[in-house]
Design a protein around this ligand. Structure first.
Ligand code: CAA
Length: 386
């Protein structure tokens, strides 16, 4: 058996904006967002929710189910860092009361870093089969108001327990990568919002997909017939369709049945928007939790893309009995029970600046999960468990 994902847990903020409201405010045909981008609602993080509270909220059910004693690492993958030095993983470590023998580390390479964390964790547990690693991918996607990227914004986190005898997905030991130095999407340290060359970024994503796929094929000896399902990094869910069409053109993937291979992995992302590092793993969670078919034994192709860029095609095989450890009903309820914002409320939230003066700041309480970002005191972030 190969090491892999033993548990998966997803969290998104309790507020959402229907993209029909955004289309109305921007004077755009709503079908551009709903059909053209494949997005319906975006998750909006209130001021007292950040990538730390989302990460802790995603990971808590895993810690409650299996305990934390066997974790050697907590790896937090994010491009929404909250501090230039102190890793977000240390805050999450504290909130989850992880043992002091569990090391904490933050990883960054745009939306790709959770995939690097996954391979590092698999190698770690392969050498120590009685140990485990906790990975949490957590991000808030933000562009400037009125930017073409605005309808793809989102927020969310996915936590994964990695073990040598996984109950959800074994990760295959081969991969195909593509890395280059490009400016398709980036966020300088002095900016709250990302900068993006949108159409160029989409071309970079597709070019990296072909290159990574070709190298995956050479490394594994497998072709498209090996996969029953396919999950992609989803900056917007129509990207999966673009990716499949691109593989048909560049790598002779078949056109027949291609929608069936991607369809079950899209619903969660369609309702959260882009969750950057978490996006691919949110799509995988969605596939495993919503597919009517029992996927035990099925090989799933996975494509991870981080702008800048590093991309990777890899794969995993679904374990028998995987459904017993999923949290499908909790995730369905979380998405269904969100507070619908009107356009004005959305704009008020995104315009609220984070204080930068080192004084005492107590934040108003919004609806969050089990943790909240309560304020700032002498340049220190203050979190609380509710
Ligand atoms: N009804 C139906 N469809 C419509 C429509 C209407 N009334 N109006 C337009 N459309 C369609 C368009 O035809 C287009 O579809 P095709 O791509 O099939 O042609 C689609 O809606 C989008 O329209 P545009 O291309 O004109 O949209 P845009 O230029 O305003 O913005 C975007 C699109 C570039 C993706 C923009 O949302 C953006 O910059 N997003 C952020 C960057 C991003 O997501 N990049 C993806 C790759 S990089 C990556 O993956 C990393 C990451 O996470 C950021």
């Amino acid at each position: 058996m190969n090491p892999g994902i033993d548990r998966l847990s997803f969290y998104c903020p309790a507020y959402a904006l229907d993209l029909r409201r955004l289309a109305e405010a921007r004077g755009v045909d709503p079908d551009k967002y709903l059909s053209g981008l494949g997005q319906e609602t975006m998750a909006v993080a209130p001021p007292d929710e950040d990538i730390v509270t989302m990460a802790a909220s995603a990971a808590l059910p895993i810690v409650e189910a299996d305990g934390a004693d066997d974790f050697d690492w907590i790896l937090v993958a994010t491009e929404t860092g909250v501090d230039q030095s102190k890793a977000a993983a240390t805050f999450v470590h504290g909130l989850l009361e992880l043992p002091s023998t569990c090391s904490a580390l933050e990883l960054k390479q745009a939306c790709y870093s959770a995939t690097a964390a996954l391979h590092m964790a698999c190698a770690w547990v392969a050498a120590r089969p009685d140990r485990a690693v906790l990975i949490v991918a957590s991000d808030i996607a933000r562009y400037e108001l009125c930017n073409p990227g605005e309808p793809t914004q989102g927020a969310g986190a996915v936590a994964m327990r990695i073990t040598a005898r996984p109950r959800v997905l074994e990760i295959d030991p081969f991969r195909g990568v593509h890395a280059d130095d490009v400016f398709d999407f980036w966020r300088p340290n002095y900016r709250e919002e990302a900068l993006v060359d949108g159409q160029y970024s989409t071309r970079m994503y597709l070019a990296a997909l072909t290159a990574a796929w070709e190298r995956y094929g050479a490394a594994s000896g497998l072709d498209w017939t090996a996969f029953r399902r396919q999950c992609f990094h989803l900056p917007f869910t129509r990207m999966a369709e673009k990716a499949m069409l691109h593989l048909q053109r560049t790598a002779r993937w078949p056109s027949e049945g291609f929608r069936d291979r991607i369809a079950d992995g899209l619903a969660y992302n369609r309702h959260t928007g882009n969750t950057y590092a978490a996006s691919l793993y949110e799509s995988l969670t969605c596939l495993l939790e919503t597919a009517a078919e029992d996927l035990a034994g099925a090989r799933v192709g996975l494509f991870s893309y981080g702008s800048g860029c590093t991309a990777e095609f890899f794969s995993g095989v679904v374990r028998p009995g995987y459904r017993e450890v999923l949290r499908a009903e909790a995730h369905r309820r979380q998405l269904a029970d969100r507070v619908a914002l009107d356009y004005r409320q959305y704009e008020d939230i995104v315009r609220l600046p984070l204080p930068k003066d080192g004084g005492e700041h107590v934040f108003a309480q919004y609806r969050t999960g089990p943790f909240r970002f309560a304020g700032l005191s002498q340049h220190k972030r203050v979190y609380e468990r509710l």
